[in-house]
Ligand binder design. Sequence first.
Ligand code: COI
Length: 373
Amino acid sequence: MTVNIELKPTTEPLSDAERAAILADPKFGQYFTDHMVTVKYTEGRGWHSAELRPYGPIELDPATSVLHYGQEVFEGLKAYRQADGSVACFRPEANAERMARSSVRMAMPELPTDLFIAAIDALVAQDAAWVPDDPEKSLYLRPFMFSTEIGLGVNRPSAEYLFMLIASPAGSYFSGVGKPVTAWLSTDYVRASPGGTGEAKCGGNYAASFLAQAQAVAEGCDQVCWLDAIERKYIEEMGSNNVFFVYGSGADARLFTPELSGSLLPGITRDSLLCAADDLGIAAEEGRISVEQLRADAASGAITEAFGSGTAAVVTPIGGFRSPDSAIVIGDGQPGEVTARVRAHLLAVQHGELDDRHGWLHTIIPAPTAAAR
Ligand code: COI
């Protein structure tokens, strides 16, 4: 069944001058575009009432299920101004498929991929003026879905849901583009255990991470780095992104990232980098790495660089890791050459400066014609 998105745009968009002031320094997740998309789901009826409407608050009954039991999933992807002036977003099908997998894990209905993409097309086309021109900036898209049935029983999942899509112009996620971050190896808390919700992108995983993140900040670090829940020794992922290590340098450089153990988030940037490494002629491998191994390989110089990868984080250099009893410095603690190369390559693909050999770009607004330029 095709669900059409009814367009109900605002009559009061932000002025060009106000929008330009925001786009000059958007930071991350602080400003939102003029519109949003909402789609309802009702058991027995399916997806319906799809609308693009002015961005704004929604009203919820205090007994709405999500407020009590947190049945919620979300995604993150970006739209980029392309070198030829068109606008495209990066791998939206991959986000739609991951949201569907997250939904299954959270006993929620799956939003069809074509409706997910139609929502993105409608919002980005409507709010195209919010897609920054600067290659270090983009329009971050946040699709999410939550249970809306009213009632406090937990004998079955909600029978009603709301899917929403909002957009936010984005600069660097961490303060200072390209500045290395320090990660806190969390030994007091775990993020996810086998059979849990670690593979799902659900709000609850992040709710449970804030205490460890606060501890990381209190210890002078930028971000928490999670270890596996069983042995508490293998590196899994960071608070908001996956992690990569670089072994060797120059032509001998090799990327290594923790394997998808069942409790890690299967990052789309992570997957893209594993493919792009091949395009760059850099070997890449997935496996397990313990803190002990990291410490030994960083001390011997075998590990030369580390970086985080994610939609928001892009490729962020990691200068070092700390735990209650140790500090691990990666290389000289400064961003490395391989990290810079991988980051530049990814951004060039995302901005249409390189051949889209994997078919990752989804064009939403075509390039202006010569007459329109
Ligand atoms: C993203 O990179 O899109 C994320 O979802 C990270 C977010 C939690 C800031």
